[in-house]
Design a protein around this ligand. Structure first.
Ligand code: GDP
Ligand code: CA
Length: 320
């Protein structure tokens, strides 16, 4: 297939489909743009959880048991830090720590996050271009129903998503520029589709789409924007997406996700378990692909990637 794909990804859910796409497309046909709204500074280090999850997954060094961090991880550093009375709520394994130290070192030497990410990816043998959404600082803030505003990692890791959310803010987004190459890939006449991976719509995908110029570039392109549902059978496979939907007063369904994205997408990939929602989602003006979207195995990741690419291919022939 000649046309190029831009995939928008958060962490775990996004990395699963990103890996499937990376395995069925040539590296020059794909670019993955990851959310950086979760990034934060901790113990003097810059930590980019979603970029690292995607990078480790593509490099096949991800920890499949934990679902985050590196395979074969040890915790000597954290144990030693605990003895010293340091902050240990954010679990940093010894191998993972090396990534954050190297990233921080390169950032301090004046390199931009996109260049640093490219360098880390090259060292780990990742061939697919992986871009942070921006080189600028954007920080997701979580508004809670108790009136407290939390930084994302305090909400997500320290408080284990317990606070009830009332909304989100992406601090710094108005002045953040999409990373080099992001907009040019969206305006590329060879762009075949933008694929929004099955990631958390509110805290993984919305920050990327909220960057200045991104929606405009997507809307001016003839390539379809297709979102894959992160909700299957009224549940999130992992993480707080379903809990957030309930707290925001939305129906916890794939149709709820489709409605959330409706003005910004052209197509929606619905799990076959939710097929009864197909006409409801089509009524939003979206084309719908119904397929297996639960990715347990590597084969599942490739199969979903192929199904979505087939949907894209059909789109082009239908329009000719
Ligand atoms: P995070 O940044 O690590 O929280 O990860 P993401 O935002 O990329 O992904 C979280 C979302 O991925 C959750 O809403 C999950 O329901 C969804 N997800 C995880 N695994 C799968 C899967 O196999 N299939 C689908 N359709 N969604 C998944
Ligand atoms: Ca994340």
């Amino acid at each position: 297939m000649a046309s190029r794909i831009v995939a928008i990804s958060g962490g775990v859910g996004g990395a699963k489909l990103s890996l499937g796409l990376a395995r069925v497309l040539d590296p020059d046909q794909l670019a993955i743009v990851a959310n950086t709204g979760d990034d934060f500074d901790h113990l003097g280090l810059r930590i980019c959880p979603d970029l690292d999850t995607v990078m480790y997954t593509l490099a096949d060094v991800n920890n499949k048991e934990l679902g985050w961090g590196q395979v074969g991880e040890t915790w000597q550093f954290l144990d030693a830090l605990e003895k010293l009375g340091g902050e240990t709520w954010f679990r940093l394994g010894d191998r993972d720590l090396a990534t954050h130290i190297q990233r921080t070192t390169l950032l301090r030497s004046g390199q931009r996050l996109s260049a640093v990410t490219a360098s880390l990816c090259a060292q780990l043998g990742v061939e697919v271009p992986l871009l942070p959404m921006t080189d600028d600082d954007v920080r997701t803030m979580v508004f809670t129903q108790s009136g407290e505003t939390l930084s994302f990692q305090h909400y997500f890791v320290r408080d284990r998503c317990a606070p009830r959310v009332s909304g989100f803010e992406f601090a710094g987004i108005e002045t953040a520029a999409p990373a080099p190459g992001f907009i040019s890939r969206l305006t590329d006449i060879e762009l075949g589709a933008v694929i929004i991976c099955p990631s958390n719509p509110f805290v993984s995908v919305d920050p990327v789409l909220a960057l200045p110029g991104v929606l405009e570039a997507m809307q001016n392109s003839s390539a379809p924007v297709i979102a894959v549902s992160p909700i299957i059978g009224g549940e999130a496979i992992k993480g707080p997406a379903a809990k957030m939907m309930a707290e925001l007063g939305m129906p916890i369904t794939a149709a709820g996700v489709a409605e959330h994205y409706a003005d910004r997408i052209d197509g929606f990939v619905l799990d076959h378990r939710d097929v009864q929602m197909q006409s409801q989602i089509e009524a939003l003006g979206l084309k719908v692909l119904v397929t297996e979207t639960l990715m347990r195995s590597l084969e599942d990741r490739e199969a979903l990637a192929k199904a979505v690419l087939g949907f894209v291919e059909g789109w082009r022939t239908r329009q000719v």
